[in-house]
Design a protein around this ligand. Structure first.
Ligand code: NAP
Ligand code: MG
Length: 404
């Protein structure tokens, strides 16, 4: 078989521990035999980050701006224990935070649905992707514990000397106050990432805030989204037959629960924090969830939502058999390859990504899966496979698909 050719490289960000082991298996068993894989390789493994004073992470983010598409392995975010374990020069920032800051992106979390592993909500037939605004609101607040009677005010002092002042509350006894903020620039970047992502997956975009109560703050979010849609995105949505849908957050929650899924749901920082944990749990497993960073400029970085699976890695180091789920990491690769194919007009590469996705899901549906899924599936008589055994079972299915 002729290998599939690539015209433009994608940025490959290698990582740590068990996911680094899986990374190599995926490349060796599922990609390199079939694709003339072109990547610009960045080793974000902790050792290399330490050697380069974390410059490698910054370089990988810059490369993503150059090429537009990246795929990332899970990486260790150092804490005190890791500083000791790896004898680090310092406690580096999370690579994800560094990359997100460089690309100014929004993270989308999408579950991978497979027959036999059911979401807890019976009506959900298609994935619901969540987008959380990752700046401001209560996450950057100023709070005061009010000791007793007095007046609380909110004041803005402009650089031109302008002053705006409002009374929050006249306290007759102790209480609490909180000041929060956001910026039009950040909200617009968030909105743009959401529209770009929804277009790229050809799904409707939902957005919801509490504008009936928060008539200035939340209404500002709503207006920025609406204006951007009307002026820049409506025509593009119309063209592919999708739509932008705003509704009050209470209404959105009710509609999400009785929907079939198959849309992107954008939420403010706090709402997204709370709802994404609910969503991940309701879809079954963190090992079946991908995470996609989309920048307002249209750069895409794909990864698994889970971490480096440290506990399995130590078993692996001791020579014990592991059964670590590689699905989210495989889907990170296929997501990136499909996007690369789309941008380069490389149909073969896109079809390969689709076939690898199908082969992966069909392997599970045929009863062959890793231990985490074997515990929660309703498929009878499952075969619990080891880490590489599972990947090799996928390869068998993939080869059948590629030869037809
Ligand atoms: P984790 O790697 O997500 O693993 C937590 C537990 O979830 C595992 O012990 C395992 O449960 C289960 N699990 C997660 N992924 C699995 C998979 N693919 N297959 C099977 N089971 C899976 O979280 P962690 O142990 O808290 O964190 C380990 C390291 O990952 C930390 O250093 C953290 O900084 C890093 N991290 C990185 C990212 C990222 O790069 N995006 C995200 C989160 C965490 P059992 O042990 O019960 O089998
Ligand atoms: Mg949370």
């Amino acid at each position: 078989m002729q290998k599939i050719q690539m015209t433009t490289p994608l940025v490959e960000m290698d990582g740590d521990e068990m996911t680094r082991i899986i990374w190599k298996m995926i490349k060796d068993d599922l990609l390199l035999p079939f694709i003339d894989l072109k990547t610009e390789y960045y080793d974000l493994g902790l050792k290399k980050r330490d050697e380069t004073d974390d410059q490698i992470t910054i370089d990988s983010a810059e490369a993503t701006k150059k090429y537009g598409v990246a795929v990332k392995c899970a990486t260790i975010t150092p804490n005190a224990a890791r500083v000791e374990e790896y004898n680090l020069k310092k406690m580096y920032k999370s690579p994800n935070a560094t990359i997100r800051a460089a690309l100014d992106g929004t993270v989308f979390r999408a579950p991978i649905l497979v027959k036999g592993i059911d979401p807890y909500v019976r009506t959900w037939k298609k994935p619901i992707t969540m987008a959380r605004h990752a700046y401001g609101d209560v996450y950057k607040n100023a709070e005061i514990r009010v000791p007793g009677a007095g007046t609380a005010e909110i004041v803005f002092k402009g650089e031109n000397g302008e002053e705006i002042r409002k009374t929050i509350h006249k306290f007759t006894g102790p209480g609490i106050i909180q000041g929060i903020h956001n910026t039009d620039k950040s909200i617009e970047g968030f909105a743009r990432s959401c529209f770009e992502y929804a277009l790229s997956v050809k799904q409707d975009l939902w957005f919801s805030v509490k504008d009936t109560i928060s008539k200035t703050y939340d209404t500002n979010f709503k207006e920025i989204f609406q204006k951007l849609y009307d002026t820049e995105y409506k025509a593009k949505f119309d063209e592919i037959g999708t739509t932008y849908f705003y509704t009050l957050i209470d209404d959105a929650v009710a509609r999400v629960m009785r929907s079939e899924g198959g849309f992107v749901w954008a939420l403010k920082n706090y709402d997204g924090d709370v709802m994404s944990d609910m969503m991940a749990t309701s879809f079954g497993s963190l090992a079946m969830m991908t995470s996609i960073l989309v920048s307002p400029a249209g750069y895409f970085e794909y990864e698994a939502a889970h971490g480096t699976v440290q506990r399995h890695y130590y078993k692996h180091l001791k020579g014990e058999k592991t059964s670590t789920n590689s699905v989210a990491t495989i889907f990170a690769w296929t997501g990136a390859l499909r996007k690369r194919g789309e941008l380069d007009g490389n149909k073969e590469l896109m079809e390969f990504a689709d076939k690898l996705d199908e082969a992966t899901l069909e392997t599970i549906e045929s009863g062959k899966m890793t231990g985490d899924l074997a515990l929660i599936t309703r498929i009878p008589d499952v075969q619990k496979l080891g880490t590489e055994e599972f990947i090799l079972a996928i390869r068998e299915n993939l080869e059948k698909k590629l030869s037809v």
